[in-house]
Ligand binder design. Structure first.
Ligand code: SMG
Ligand code: MG
Length: 377
């Protein structure tokens, strides 16, 4: 369902942007590298009616996508924030249009839109979930498990998450660490809901290896090939029984429509940051729902800000697979919100307070801040 009732406009006074560096409870390794610290930008919209918070999910280096902290910081301060501050009043639904002349940079655009949306909804005492069209008050919680030193260590790590009650396990794979790792988890835990994520580490020439994964009855294989390889993904999909799910390739509702038309994917991972905001994310959800294609909510190691918003998004009716919406404690011993997401019976609750429904903890925010800028009208 499209957004039924638009939010009220806000009178923007300025934006505060901060770069945070938050330590992870354990290193997170994917096919493109290992992170020990989450570097992230948070943005605060300052308005006549109060503030609102957003998060830009870029990491320190352009490894997941071409976007990274300094590209987002630069484009936001130089172009995006000034364009928004040029408007005396702004509705959240207008943010994407104001920012559209600037090509790409979807992650900082998404963070700024969320900050404006949060401010507008807080001023109206409306929860984000209700605004987006949530139909559930909690969402099943999946966990993304990074590459471990060996399959034995992987099994022990997965065991820990299953003991905590996670509803679905996703393991990261890369060439040389695929069939063996997947077999180890299947052998140890039987028919648990299991999927794998390659983060673009393969080429179509590796199809024979990926075909071997068919015997594990995975929910899906996520982004085996590169971001712009839609045609190759379609060729691969035709060879596999396991559904292909796209993550990095789905940068907009147009990209989602193209991928479905080409049969490059039969499941979509939706990440608001990657697609330029929660409103575009809802459009992709709607498109997929019309096409009968299952979607799930991806994660970018969000702080409590983005994690609250992701829980709201994942509560929309088309999100029929568990997402990477884990408890905050999966990544952080200290979050920047006062009510970090917790796991309850394998689920994460959708916040019900106004806007994001979580409050930022100013002391935690200061502890992790490494850069700060304020732009005013
Ligand atoms: O937030 O739980 C999370 C992380 C989920 O694996 C995850 N994200 O490709 O889906 C993905 C990765 C990208 C994050 S690496 C910065
Ligand atoms: Mg992924």
């Amino acid at each position: 369902m499209p957004i039924v009732r638009p939010a009220a406009s806000v009178a923007l006074d300025g934006f505060e942007l901060r770069v945070l560096r938050i330590p992870l409870v354990s290193p997170f390794t994917t096919s493109f590298g290992t992170e020990h610290v989450r570097e992230v930008i948070v943005m605060r919209a300052l308005t006549a009616d109060g503030e609102g918070w957003g998060e830009c999910v870029t990491g320190a280096a352009p490894l997941y996508s071409s976007e990274y902290t300094q590209s987002s910081w630069d484009v936001a301060l130089r172009y995006l924030v000034p364009a928004l501050l040029d408007r005396r009043r702004l509705a959240p639904e207008d943010v994407a249009g104001v920012l559209a002349p600037f090509i790409g940079h979807r992650m900082p655009k998404a963070g700024l839109e969320l900050a404006v949306l949060d401010a507008a909804l807080r001023a109206e005492s409306r929860p984000l979930g209700e605004y987006l069209g949530a139909v559930r008050d909690r969402v099943p919680s999946g966990v993304s498990v990074g590459l471990q030193v060996d399959p034995r260590a992987l099994v022990e790590t997965v065991r820990g998450y299953l003991d905590e009650g996670y509803a679905r396990i996703k393991i990261k794979i890369k060439p040389g660490r695929d069939v063996g790792d997947t077999a180890a988890v299947r052998d140890a835990f039987g028919a648990i809901p299991l999927q794998v994520d390659a983060n673009s580490a393969y080429r179509l020439a590796d199809a024979a290896t990926l075909e071997e994964l068919d015997r594990f009855d995975l929910l899906l294989i996520e982004q085996p090939l590169q971001e712009d390889d839609l045609v190759d993904h379609a060729a691969l999909a035709a060879r596999l029984r396991t559904p292909i799910c796209l993550d990095e390739s789905i940068v907009s509702v147009k990209a989602a429509a193209d991928a479905l038309a080409l049969r490059a994917a039969s499941i979509l991972n939706i990440k608001a940051g990657r697609v330029g905001g929660y409103l575009e994310a809802v459009r992709i959800h709607d498109l997929a729902q019309d096409a009968g294609v299952p979607v799930w909510c991806g994660g970018m190691l969000e702080t409590g800000i983005g994690r609250a918003a992701n829980a709201a998004l994942a509560a929309l009716p088309g999100f029929t697979l568990p997402g990477d919406v884990s408890a905050s404690a999966r990544f952080y011993s200290r979050d920047i919100v006062t009510e970090p997401a917790v796991l309850e019976d394998g689920h994460v609750r959708v916040p019900t307070g106004p806007g994001l429904g979580v409050e930022v903890d100013p002391l935690a925010l200061d502890e992790f801040t490494v850069a700060r800028e304020i732009l005013r009208r």
